[in-house]
Design a binder for this molecule. Structure first.
Ligand code: ADP
Ligand code: MG
Ligand code: MG
Length: 911
């Protein structure tokens, strides 16, 4: 540590750091360095590395002593570039002290502006700028931010307001003004005194007025903010390691609060909600820093800037072009205009909705700004779900409108449709959600403290803020439905009510009332509204909309077309019925990886004979019952095979324990006894007999089929008869019969022999042959370890990763929920292994099985059909171990296609 560089300077058209140094400089520090390097105007400054943050924590949360000389030296460089001196009462340099982690954690950590002001320097600032109001405005802002961030002046309870906000409100009230900018100098001076007094009253300390002391305290406070509750919650939710730490950037201030030719703003180089290729953002005249995001005054739209400030608009357009050309991605920027001059203060890759992500990637590739592989890597596969999410049904919405239920309009910040009961506090959103309620979080505005409640809500609705407000940002990131800046709303948090000024008058809503929000159109609607499938689903699944009338669909199809060319893994779907199979094909599935037959038994007409079979007293009775099921089951299979045609269809023979098919209540028992002519005692005895202490580890899968071979026999017969029937219709078919829960070679031998015997019999009867294969699921550790022997009989393996995870961990999937919460909290596990494959344990077994299976049978077909088949992170692993296909639920197929492409591209680049 002693020899490593800890401080990186930037400014004056160059920098020591660059955009690739996010680990060390944080995203913000790397961004300002890079922008300095490419010739954008950035106030000079320096960044203290994330390594110093680690050292800070090791040093008992104090800045290590040997860092200070470096800070002082770097400060001297900033002074000379800025032509001002830190702490100089004649010509003071003011700085901001800014947090910045490797990945952006918007609003989670803290920043202090205007540092370097005290009772002496404020006078110097006033003289130099010849603007007393500006100087005192900066000073009172500094006192408030320093008090908040460094001295911990926060509200104490959730109903409380920010103590400084209260003082400011009172001051405005006393002065008879509405806006901060209208406060006279005298009031600003009083504010400084009052804020400092409040610090003394609450904290019992004097506000420090030595600038160097302020600077060290602020740097330490920013490092400390890495460990505040919000940041910790955010990290946990986004899987950010606690060790990373934050960097601190100290930077010369530029002032947006110098008058009507100054201001501050935030912008995206493209529209973050729709992806449209236009500068998009907000601007506040005569304002500083966070005013835009905090929603203190309603900002101007960037699109309106050209009319009032053409010079500024031109500079912004230039900066936008330069940034996009350089970064080749949509950027999210912060800027300040000081007396007509544009300064850039931050750039980062902009968060966007799934909708925007797809459009931007496709359009940038078509404009040759990026290659196709890069376009594919740009879209988070899970974001495709945004394009499949329901929207409100036009008719239902129109009806709501006619009934006068359309309450208000706001900014559409998170597309999609959401309905839920209103709650006003983030904590309530969490609590209601855990009770199984679906809620909409409605607030004046949201703040980083609300993050967990926001995750629990279906969507959010705010009265304040624009497309760059906290709520909008989080909506994009979490893929939530959101409307922000809906000015018709006002809140009474104490009464837990919300008033909406509708065209028909004011309406009062209480906690728990139902509301619907259309995050695509920005409409707030009373009560519940019916939903309708998304544009993509209308085109592909419902076929109610023509592709040429569906721009979103077109982008989606283009991107996935590129994905299909890039990927090696085949994608199949898990489907149990013909209609599901149709959806799977519409979404691009190349086969079925798992048809579960047990669901079929609950279908029309089958459960009766099934139960009859279970309570039968001998094989003959069982066969008689199974004979009734055969034709029905044959129709099930024929339906699926017909839809899938030449694509492979993997059908799993019966898997669950028989117990699951019986009713255990007296009425059910009586009914079954009546239907089968057995005594109730017999039925009850049979139920007792089938009872298992651990059914998931009990008499199921091939074990059941070995005890009752006639079940497999019937199923195999149904499959082959169906295959012959469909093939006779001129449709090619490719059934694959899959035996579950195999642990030993003799189990699979037993079943394969049986299936092949039935196949031969059916083919002889029908005078027709179809291609088929028999294979097994690998879902218990022994099966994986004995894969070489099992592969002698099995023509394919399909990893049943749900059971394999369950049996490898020895954790019951159905009982894992509470345990998992504890484990995640204590970081015993980082992720739910039932969602994202555990590569180290379960993955290792898979590797072994792949290797051993291929040794015996080099061309053995390998797939996976657990829930992990639709999980992008797991798919990367499946690519790596060289499976042939993954199988996911039909609606996850697009996600899997893109994830498989990304995995292939990543593999390629590693060589
Ligand atoms: P956050 O991560 O919360 O956005 P920032 O460090 O980016 O925090 O700063 C908060 C606000 O202050 C932003 O609007 C930023 O543009 C502004 N700001 C930060 N440093 C300066 C500076 N040196 N001059 C002017 N404005 C600044
Ligand atoms: Mg910022
Ligand atoms: Mg299983």
């Amino acid at each position: 540590m002693a020899s490593t560089k800890r401080i990186y300077s930037f400014g004056g058209g160059k920098a020591e750091g660059n955009k690739d140094m996010k680990d060390l400089l944080g995203g913000k520090g790397a961004g300002v360095a890079e922008m300095s390097n490419i010739g954008l105007l950035v106030p000079p400054g320096f960044t203290i590395t994330t390594e110093v943050c680690t050292a800070f924590y090791k040093n008992g949360k104090r800045l290590p002593k040997d860092v200070l000389p470096g800070v002082e030296a770097a400060l001297r460089r900033v002074e000379s570039l800025a032509g001002k001196s830190f702490g100089d009462p004649d010509n003071p340099l003011l700085v901001s002290v800014r947090s910045g982690a490797r990945v952006s954690m918007p609003g989670m950590m803290d920043t202090v502006l205007n540092l370097g002001l005290d009772d002496a320097t404020v006078e110097g600032l006033a003289r130099r700028s010849q603007n007393e109001r500006f100087a005192w405005d900066s000073y009172r802002r500094f006192c408030a931010m320093f008090g908040d961030v460094v001295l911990g002046m926060k509200p104490e309870r959730k109903q409380d307001r920010d103590p400084f906000e209260v003082i400011l409100e009172k001051k405005k009230h006393a002065a008879g003004v509405k806006l901060d900018t209208e406060l006279p100098v005298s009031a600003l001076k009083e504010l400084v005194v009052e804020l400092k007094a409040e610090v003394r009253r609450r904290k019992g300390i004097d506000f420090p007025d030595d600038p160097m002391q302020q600077l060290v305290a602020a740097i330490e406070a920013v490092f400390r903010s890495w460990d505040n509750d919000r940041a910790i919650a955010y990290r946990r939710m986004n899987g950010i390691p606690a060790e990373w730490g934050t960097a601190v950037t100290v930077q010369a201030m530029v002032f947006g609060n110098m008058g009507e030719d100054s201001g501050t703003g935030v912008a995206f180089t493209r529209n973050p909600a729709t992806g449209a290729n236009e500068l998009y953002g907000e601007f506040l005249v005569n304002a500083q820093g966070e005013d835009v995001v905090a929603g203190i005054r309603t900002p101007l739209k960037i699109s309106d800037l050209a009319a009032r400030f053409p010079g500024v608009a031109r500079q912004l357009d230039d900066a936008r072009a330069k940034l996009e050309r350089h970064y080749r991605d949509m950027q999210d920027i912060e800027f300040t205009i000081e007396r007509g001059r544009l300064y850039l203060l931050q750039t980062r890759s902009g968060k966007r909705t799934g909708l925007a992500a797809v459009r931007i990637a496709v359009e940038m590739a078509e404009a040759k700004l990026i290659g196709r592989d890069e376009a594919l890597l740009r879209v988070d596969p899970a974001a495709l779900n945004h394009l499949l999410r329901p929207i409100f049904d036009d008719e239902a919405k129109k009806k709501a409108q006619e009934e006068g239920r359309l309450l208000a309009k706001g900014l559409p910040a998170g597309p999609g449709a959401a309905t839920g009961r209103i709650v006003f506090f983030a904590g309530d959103a969490e609590a209601w959600k855990s009770r199984g309620e679906q809620v909409i979080l409605a607030r004046h505005e949201t703040s980083p403290e609300d993050i967990r409640g926001m995750a629990a809500a279906q969507g959010f609705l705010t009265a304040f803020g624009g497309m760059t407000s906290h709520a909008a940002l989080v909506a994009r990131q979490m893929g939530k439905v959101a409307i922000v800046g809906c000015e018709a709303l006002s809140f009474d948090y104490d009464a837990r009510t919300m008033t909406v000024q509708t065209p028909l008058g004011a309406r009062l809503f209480s906690e728990g009332d139902w509301i619907s929000i259309d995050g695509t159109a920005g409409d707030v609607i009373e009560g519940q509204v019916g939903t309708r499938p998304s544009e993509v689903v209308q085109v592909l699944v419902e076929k109610t909309r023509a592709p040429q009338d569906a721009p979103v669909y077109q982008q989606f199809a283009k991107l996935l077309g590129w994905a299909d060319k890039a990927r090696r893994l085949k994608i199949r779907a898990n489907a149990d019925q013909p209609d599901q199979a149709e959806v799977a094909i519409a979404f691009g599935a190349q086969g079925i990886g798992l048809t579960r037959t047990e669901h079929m038994f609950f279908g029309e007409g089958k459960i009766g004979p099934m139960r009859e079979m279970i309570v039968a007293e001998d094989e003959a009775e069982r066969r008689a019952a199974l004979a009734k099921i055969l034709p029905l089951q044959r129709e099930d299979f024929a339906g699926i095979l017909r839809v899938m045609g030449p694509r492979p269809v993997t059908i799993r023979t019966l898997d669950p324990p028989l117990h699951e098919f019986l009713r255990h209540d007296p009425e059910g028992i009586a009914e079954l006894a009546r239907a089968t002519g057995k005594s109730e005692e017999h039925v009850r005895a049979r139920i007792d007999e089938l009872h298992e202490a651990n059914p998931m580890l009990g008499h199921r899968g091939c074990r059941l089929a070995i005890s009752y071979p006639e079940i497999t026999e019937m199923q195999a017969r149904a499959i082959f008869e169906a295959a012959c029937d469909v093939s006779a219709e001129g449709v090619d078919v490719q059934p694959e019969i899959m035996i579950p829960l195999v642990a030993t070679k003799r189990e699979i031998d037993h079943q394969v022999k049986l299936v092949r015997r039935v196949a031969a019999a059916v083919f002889a009867e029908r005078g027709r042959k179809v291609k088929y294969s028999v294979g097994t699921m690998i879902e218990v550790p022994r099966g994986a370890l004995r894969a070489d022997a099992i592969a002698e009989s099995a023509e394919f393996f399909s990893f049943g990763t749900n059971d394999l995870t369950q049996t490898t961990y020895g954790i019951s999937r159905d009982d894992v929920a509470t345990l998992l919460a504890t484990y995640l909290e204590h970081e015993i596990l980082n992720r739910d292994p039932f969602v994202t494959l555990d590569r180290l344990g379960v993955g290792e077994l898979m590797r072994i099985a792949v290797e051993r299976g291929r040794k015996t049978r080099p061309n053995i077909k390998l797939g996976i059909c657990g829930e992990h088949g639709g999980d992008p992170d797991s798919i990367r692993f499946f690519e790596k171990v060289g499976l042939d296909y993954v199988s996911a639920s039909p609606f996850r197929v697009p996600v899997a296609r893109l994830a498989a492409a990304q995995a292939a591209i990543a593999g390629k680049s590693k060589g």
